[in-house]
Design a protein around this ligand. Sequence first.
Ligand SMILES: Cc1cc2nc3c(=O)[nH]c(=O)nc-3n(C[C@H](O)[C@H](O)[C@H](O)COP(=O)(O)OP(=O)(O)OC[C@H]3O[C@@H](n4cnc5c(N)ncnc54)[C@H](O)[C@@H]3O)c2cc1C
Length: 281
Amino acid sequence: MIPNTFEFAAPATLEEALQLAGSGDGKLLAGGMSLIPLMKLRLASPETVIDLGRIPGLNGISESGGAITIGAMTTHHAVETSPLVRGKIPLLAETASQIGDVQVRNVGTIGGSVAHADPAADYPAALVALEAVIHLRSANSDRTVKASDFFLDAFTTAMEPGEIIVDVQIGAEKPSEGYKYEKVPHPASGFPVVGVAARIHQVSGKITLARIGVTGMASHAFRATNAEEILEGGGTVADACAVIGEGVDANSDLYASSEYRKHLARVHAARAVTAAISRAS
Ligand SMILES: Cc1cc2nc3c(=O)[nH]c(=O)nc-3n(C[C@H](O)[C@H](O)[C@H](O)COP(=O)(O)OP(=O)(O)OC[C@H]3O[C@@H](n4cnc5c(N)ncnc54)[C@H](O)[C@@H]3O)c2cc1C
């Protein structure tokens, strides 16, 4: 339970952090909710821990040109309680409110959660459903990656060595849109066994936009595009949600077999979509 020895760096600017991240065997430290346990178990033994906590500009939520930008060091609690997020991307606020417990939400950050890419993390379901983009910087690059292209496998993302997530950018939901995040929390950890984020927009009772993000079921979060197409084509909620997970290699563990996980995903997707439809005006 004692980490290997490591150097500690506390850069004061993003440029300094990018230089440190691009050289040597360093690990970025955000809230430490995932990294510190890994270091204590010696599953991670970085030479240098690079603390992002003193860098101005990585923490905060702002709006520009219809998009909301959430700095990587913004805590889950700040996302959950932000009037801007609640007003413009309520699906994300609802998702953040269900992460872990109050201690985890007060310290854990959106950048750390996204970078860690736990297959059962809550945010990724909402981020793929919201068509968010992840903004990455390195010492010599500046790029964005769609959330649906970012999560590649368990604990594996499209980040290149030396890159730092600086923020997450999300277009505002339509005011008349309905949304819902439905989660089956694991009784021991609180992480979702499955979690489903749904967005629905309707015109004259017809669904014109359906977005469904699923986490916990597979090695990484994904958009259930097959179900979205059925809903947008006028199909029923039951028919749409019945195809979720088709062709997907579902996780299996002592708590939930792959068949049970798929079943949970379909049942909870139906609940999430039904709730989103009833919230859509
Ligand atoms: C008891 C407990 C319960 C939890 N329950 C849940 C839950 O129900 N749902 C859920 O989704 N999560 C849960 N979590 C995880 C929690 O959300 C963490 O906050 C999150 O996974 C990691 O965020 P962090 O800010 O603590 O990152 P850290 O632990 O500091 O870092 C995690 C990883 O991301 C990298 N990293 C951090 N910031 C950046 C950045 N800006 N750019 C690039 N790489 C970066 C680090 O190098 C490290 O590899 C739980 C954690 C605990 C301890």
